[in-house]
Design a protein around this ligand. Structure first.
Ligand SMILES: Cc1cc2nc3c(=O)[nH]c(=O)nc-3n(C[C@H](O)[C@H](O)[C@H](O)COP(=O)(O)OP(=O)(O)OC[C@H]3O[C@@H](n4cnc5c(N)ncnc54)[C@H](O)[C@@H]3O)c2cc1C
Length: 506
């Protein structure tokens, strides 16, 4: 045991250490697992715990605490947006919805990362579609909330498509974002991590990495009040590794590298963060609809993607999140919440631009701070999306729509022709509407230029042999559609590079 500033430290040695076990880390672990049979020691260090099956209670408050960083209550520096980041064996794949999209070619073309082609990303995404059992759900399993979205879009002539989903044995519990109680979503906690462990990868949970040095890592193991205890004793650790792969998610990968001093030579570190700013919009139907049983997310519309920079998705959230997202209070708010069995919901994802000033910083205690300003272009997109969603709700038969930036709390069906006036642009103001993000991207973006990127197109950190990034932090711009398959595809690519470079690096 060594001592650092008088504190005893356990010592461990591996060849390869992967930090984080979500979409990126889980993929890298599985892809590098075959190396274990050659005697190469591979470990995954994961901050969060591994939950056992009966801990997925479906209780909103309980699961928020178990699945998300700071119970899902992380705010941007200006307090205008909440950020959902998963934490645990499986990372955000524990709580994601499982919509499984291949990134469009024009997005990869816009990224313009030298050496990265759409063909390569799409081929790798396809591999994970197969591995994760991605398929379309049969129509008889789609609930009213989803079908009403499809109906509204079709009535208006808006393009609408079904989401491919990564499910096996879905029982329609409807609470994907609270962690599936039936283990139906095929996240890394179900597919990639168990396979990696079987092949010899060691996964250490409740292990927070605090610092990365030259071929060494400082971490602390502290068990959570829930989940399985870590396989390592509680305490501080110094871990030697010749290859370090950072997969802590866009915010925490950036923060970890900043905390470790890499920002001095990598000016783009933490910058160009994109988040797909999101709105949850709600309407009331005159009669009960099936909404909180069945998969919550069956359809999306990219009708306004190119023209106005947003996507619309059918969705269904839980009482606390719904209440939090509905601007307003008092009897109107209470009435709408009491109408829960009659509510239809639509999620908006705005496509935000990658701007250097939107970034991850660290505070005096080394904790990440997300400094993100909603641009006028994004606010324009959100404004257009509110009007489009309101039209869809009414076309689907809603009796009234909650208008977060409206002149009044409800817009009644009789006012459907007056949407332009009732949802004015000047009410779409940060801080006045509830904006969330579950798609954190960038901060360690790929590229060639040392001033504007952190890694090359294979996730190798510029000028730091043996140090890789393999998660959502790599995205140089927004993914412009739900991103997890792109994250897995890029992580797969980084793992291939590591296998190729292993002879030299190990
Ligand atoms: C509620 C929700 C719903 C979503 N739904 C979808 C969807 O339907 N479709 C889709 O495509 N995408 C979806 N996403 C987005 C998708 O889940 C993410 O893009 C993807 O998981 C990102 O992968 P990642 O590896 O970068 O990070 P994560 O999957 O978040 O994994 C990062 C891991 O690193 C760990 N970690 C962080 N810091 C440290 C540290 N210092 N030391 C050790 N470990 C650390 C964290 O605990 C976490 O487990 C959703 C996300 C959320 C939160």
């Amino acid at each position: 045991m060594r001592r650092s500033s008088g504190v005893p430290m356990f010592e461990k040695t591996f060849d390869i250490v992967i930090i984080g076990s979500g979409a990126g880390g889980g993929t890298v672990a599985k892809e590098l697992a075959p190396l274990c049979s050659d005697g190469i020691r591979v470990a995954v260090l994961e901050w969060g715990p591994k939950l056992s099956g009966d801990e997925f209670t479906g209780n909103e408050v309980d699961m928020a605490k178990k699945l998300f960083v700071d119970s899902g209550g992380v705010l941007t520096k200006d307090g205008n947006m909440t950020l959902a980041m998963g934490k645990g064996y499986g990372g955000s794949t524990l709580s994601y919805t499982g919509t499984s999209m291949t990134v469009p070619k024009e997005v990869i073309d816009r990224w313009a990362v030298p050496g990265l082609t759409h063909g390569d990303v799409a081929t790798r995404a396809q591999k994970y579609k197969e591995e994760n059992n991605v398929h379309f759900q049969p129509e008889e399993l789609l609930n009213d909330n989803n079908l009403l979205f499809q109906k509204g879009c079709r009535t208006l002539g808006y393009n609408v498509e079904q989401f491919p989903l990564n499910l096996k044995g879905c029982k329609g519990a409807g609470i994907c974002n609270l962690g599936c109680p039936n283990q139906a979503k095929q996240g890394t906690h179900i597919v990639q991590l168990p396979e990696a462990e079987k092949a010899g990868v060691e996964v250490i949970t409740n292990c927070l990495v605090e610092h990365i040095g030259i071929q060494e890592i400082e971490a602390v193991v502290e068990n959570a009040p829930f989940g399985e205890p870590s396989t390592w004793e509680e305490g501080r650790y110094l871990i030697k590794a010749k290859i370090i792969v950072v997969c802590a998610g866009a915010v925490h990968s950036s923060a970890l590298l900043l905390n470790s001093g890499f920002g001095d030579r990598l000016p783009a570190l933490g910058r160009y963060l994109t988040v797909h700013p999101a709105l949850i919009l709600v309407a009331e139907h005159p009669h009960a609809i099936s909404n909180f049983t069945g998969h919550p997310k069956s359809f999306f519309s990219d009708h306004f993607w190119r023209s106005d920079g947003f996507l619309l998705e059918s969705c269904m959230y839980y009482p606390f999140i719904t209440a939090k997202n509905m601007v307003g209070f008092g009897s109107d708010h209470s009435q709408l919440m009491q109408a829960f069995p009659r509510l239809q919901m639509i999620l908006v994802l705005a496509v935000d631009q990658a701007e250097a000033n939107n970034r991850v910083e660290i505070d005096g205690d080394g904790r990440p701070v997300v400094d993100y300003t909603l641009s006028n272009v994004t606010l324009d997109s959100l404004h257009m999306s509110m009007k489009a969603a309101t039209r869809i709700f009414f076309a689907a038969g809603a009796s009234r729509v909650h208008a977060p930036a409206g002149k009044r709390f409800f817009i009644e069906a009789t006012q459907a022709d007056d949407i332009e006036r009732l949802i004015p642009r000047n009410k779409v103001v940060p801080g006045r509407i509830s904006i969330t993000s579950a798609h954190l991207m960038g901060g360690c973006r790929m590229g060639e230029d040392l001033q504007t990127s952190v890694t090359d197109s294979w996730g190798r950190v510029h000028d730091h042999p043996g140090l890789f990034v393999a998660d959502s932090a790599l995205l140089p711009r927004a993914n412009e559609i739900n991103p997890y398959l792109t994250v897995m595809a890029l992580a797969d690519r980084v793992a291939e590079r590591i296998r190729l470079d292993a002879g030299e690096l190990l």
